[in-house]
Design a protein. Structure first.
Length: 379
């Protein structure tokens, strides 16, 4: 196992994420505890010492199962990360109660790492409203008292949201968890976020290195290109080697769902094999080709908006579609990604009149995309 130094700690470069644990009968809330116990035992035996859970994972069961499983090991043998679940802003006023409950669920006296979870347009005002809800001061107090050893934040929001949060409280943030993979590096401003974090000298934690598993496989024509460059590398391996190319990355989280995934990923992290210049250029070229093949060619000319009777912000909605459409698999889009968009401006408000399509220079079947988006939205 590769290890990274963080403020005197020796952290495994691979962390076990507990968002996609093995389940029974496909039911998210019914975690297979025996399988988790086996996976954690293997992880411990092969050098993983960082474990990441959160309030909402597995219908609020992840913390309980991870806590129960890790209780079998000496507390000093692992580092546990948890998060304040502000992805739902209604949780923020209940932050004190939730934090205490999280410690109970995880059966620990302190969290090694704790995060403001998923800073985004919907919750950033509440996260930063310390005068109103006192959450920020409370978490800083827990850090002072040793119940939080290291405080950071995770962000799916865009560059501007990340910058705003850092401008407000960057001096107190010790690490930042970002979505980083070879598709999102340019596509979702990951590159700009990394540059911003470097300015603040904040170490990087990586989530979604395989884009929720979507980059564990790619269409055959792209797989052939990758295999030609590194014949012995697996497709998932390319995702992790890409992340290894960034020296500022400390921990890479992977939500492995079974023992085979775990073993294969741990094997990858026995060595560091960052991409060379030629491999880097080729991989980003593949990312560009995938985007061109699997996304809609909207140029944000906004001709469509002038003819939409529902006054939808079509270019913004199409950008969100593109962000989630890669790899050709069925998309799912969390509702929070739409930010403060009112219900009558969501894709479901499209009436299919095709007025926008009549003036689209790219001949995009906008009404069909809106229908697919409406079906893909998750609460």
């Amino acid at each position: 196992m590769i290890y990274k130094n963080f403020k005197g700690l020796k952290l495994s470069a691979l962390g076990l994420g507990a968002m996609r644990l093995p389940v029974i009968d496909g039911k998210a809330g019914q975690i297979d505890e025996d399988a988790v116990r086996e996976m954690v035992a293997y992880s411990m035996d092969h050098g993983i010492n960082y474990y990441d859970t959160a309030w909402g994972y597995h219908e609020e069961r992840s913390e309980i199962v991870i806590g129960k499983t890790l209780k079998e090991y000496p507390r000093e043998s692992f580092y546990l990360a948890d998060k304040m679940p502000g992805y739902d802003p209604t949780n923020i006023p209940k932050g004190r109660e939730i934090f205490e409950r999280q410690l109970e669920k995880c059966q620990v006296d302190y969290f090694d790492f704790y995060l403001f979870h998923n800073v985004n347009p919907i919750n950033i005002d509440a996260y930063l409203d310390d005068a109103g809800n006192g959450l920020y001061s409370y978490l800083m107090e827990q850090k002072k008292n040793g119940r939080i050893r290291h405080l950071g934040f995770s962000v799916h929001g865009d560059y501007d949201i990340t910058k705003r949060f850092l401008e407000a409280c960057g001096e107190d943030m010790e690490f930042c968890q970002v979505q980083l993979n070879w598709v999102d590096y340019e596509f979702q401003e990951a590159k700009r976020k990394l540059e911003l974090l470097k300015e603040y000298e904040i170490p990087v934690w990586v989530m979604e290195p395989l884009r929720g598993g979507r980059l564990a496989t790619v269409p055959e024509k792209y797989a052939k290109q990758l295999k030609k460059m590194r014949p012995d590398e697996t497709i998932p391996g390319w995702g992790f080697r890409f992340v290894q190319t960034f020296p500022e990355v400390c921990v890479t989280l992977s939500g492995m769902s079974d023992m085979d995934q775990l073993k294969n990923t741990i094997e990858i992290f026995t060595t560091e094999q960052p991409l060379n210049g030629q491999e880097w250029d080729m991989l980003l070229e593949v990312a560009d080709e995938m985007q061109n093949d699997m996304t809609v060619p909207c140029t944000a000319c906004r001709y469509c908006t002038s003819y939409c009777p529902q006054k939808l912000d079509i270019p913004t909605l199409l950008k969100l579609y593109n962000d989630n459409a890669l790899t050709g698999k069925a998309i799912s889009i969390p509702l929070w990604m739409f930010g403060p968009t009112p219900e009558d401006k969501l894709p479901s408000a499209c009436i299919g009149c095709r007025s926008c399509e009549a003036v689209c220079p790219q001949e995009i079947k906008i009404s069909e995309v809106m229908a697919r988006m409406a079906d893909a939205i998750e609460p």
